[in-house]
Design a protein around this ligand. Structure first.
Ligand code: GLU
Length: 445
């Protein structure tokens, strides 16, 4: 009997597997450069004490990682989570490098976070954690050095505290571009809060219009399942619902709800506001998070945690397309299984790039002391998202043509006999751009 391959959930190993697969699509890459691109440029670890509301003192650990700065200052979110690890932050910083390069946004990749559980912390404690973390990072962040943004369990409020702390420590300068995802009143951009969810919609809409799946060419009428009903999941649900999709199931950390005839995301949001969860919504069937992933649907949108679709459940997925709204929701082993089964995966670096795109717009507005209208921001976002999915799709098709010419065979989308996936194509474009820019700049000294 063939030995079953053990699946790894180590974030660094998984991102290296994806990287290796992607670089096999690139013709020439210097070996030393590949090794450099695998590693983070700088990892900052800070430990700091906080006085809690009850007078006790607790120690917290925070990270900020810059993976690459070839295209500009570091850019990426700050996440507050009790299970946060340095390995996870490093692999997410890498993802930001590839995301920014793919979008042609003049930033490098970064990510950060603090190990803490926002569900048990008061507002005052969160404010003190944020201020102290920001001051510990010191000049490792800055408008032209490294620019944080919101991520899981951080918000506009967190960004306002980061800005304020940095501004106190650097008076007399325009410090607004030090952080993005700020409240509108503090120099935030219209549309930033909804940007990731709207971007998920734009990418999917454009992809379906390419008619790769003849029976599924528009969002209207598509049956959609969304795992996660936080900011990204909820905005995504609203965008799809408004364009005529049927949202058959959604879930949050407490479980999922299903309705054959479709759910109304506005009603779900109102219910969640009162009850803290979507579970218990009238006229719905309660399901586990795992069950909703396996529902039959056209579009499955994981918009919550990483590693949700893995070697054990990938064969049970019943969707035509998986749209990765979350970062890294599919493991490399699941990627292989899904590809064998002919299920298309639209990868995170394309799908959820709307967030960092509008972050970039916010940074530009801050640098120029301007504020653009919502319509303007959304039109620019739509253009960027359409452009990036067109780019990836065209490259993906390019592989078809190359293979056809060289082998004279009808071996579609294959590389070394293996089906090529959109993730590898997207990653290979990014890696090639970063590698080329590194060599164009010249290696110092
Ligand atoms: N945290 C988001 C991401 O992972 C946004 C980062 C940003 O806006 O800089 O893409």
């Amino acid at each position: 009997m063939a030995e079953k391959k053990m699946e790894t959930f180590d974030p660094i190993e998984m991102s290296e597997q994806q990287f290796e697969k992607a670089i096999s699509c690139i013709k020439k890459l210097k070996k030393g450069l590949i090794e450099f691109l695998k590693k983070p440029k700088r990892v900052t670890i800070v430990n700091f004490p906080i006085e809690m509301d009850d007078g006790s003192v607790q120690s917290f650990k925070g990270y900020r990682v810059i993976h690459n700065r070839v295209f500009g200052p570091g850019k990426g979110g700050i996440r507050y989570h009790p299970d946060l690890t340095m390995e996870e932050v490093i692999s997410m910083a890498k993802l930001m490098t590839w995301k920014c390069a793919l979008l042609n946004i003049p930033f490098g990749g970064a990510k950060g976070g603090v190990i803490c559980d926002t569900k048990v912390l008061t507002d005052g404690e969160l404010r003190r954690i944020t201020r102290r973390f920001t001051s510990e990072l010191g000049d490792n962040i800055g408008p032209n050095i490294d620019i944080p943004a919101p991520d899981m369990y951080t918000s506009e409020q967190t960004m306002a505290w980061i800005f304020d702390t940095y501004d106190m420590l650097h008076p007399g300068k325009n410090n607004r571009p030090v952080v993005t995802g700020k409240p509108i009143e503090m120099g935030g951009s219209y549309g930033r809060n909804e940007a990731t969810g709207n971007g998920v919609f734009f990418v999917t809409e454009r992809f379906l219009a390419k008619a790769l799946i003849p029976e599924l060419q528009t969002v209207s009428g598509a049956r959609v399942v969304i795992q996660g009903f936080g900011n990204v999941g909820a905005v995504t649900a609203q965008a799809f619902f408004r364009k005529g999709a049927t949202i058959t199931a959604v879930s949050d950390s407490q479980g999922g709800v299903y309705c054959e005839d479709g759910l109304n995301p506005d009603e779900l949001l109102a219910f969640k506001e009162v009850h803290g969860t979507v579970v218990g919504m009238p006229n719905t069937m309660t399901m586990s998070n795992e069950e909703i992933l396996q529902l039959e649907c056209d579009l499955l949108i994981p918009a919550a945690l990483s590693n949700q679709i893995h070697g054990e459940n990938a064969s049970k997925i019943n969707a035509k397309v998986i749209v990765e709204a979350a970062n890294s929701p599919i493991t490399p082993m699941a990627d292989e299984i899904l590809s064998e089964r002919g299920i298309y995966v639209l990868p995170d670096i394309v799908v959820n790039a709307g967030g960092v795109t509008v972050s970039y717009f916010e940074w530009v507005q801050n640098q120029m002391n301007q504020q653009w209208d919502l319509e303007d921001v959304n039109a620019r976002l739509q253009k960027k998202m359409y452009k990036v999915i067109d780019l990836v799709f065209d490259h993906w098709q390019g592989f078809v043509i190359c293979e056809d010419i060289s082998s004279n065979e009808k071996k579609l989308n294959t590389l070394n006999g293996k089906k090529l996936d959109f993730r590898s194509v997207a990653l290979s474009i990014s890696v090639e751009r970063v590698a080329k820019a590194t060599l164009l700049r010249g290696i110092w000294p």
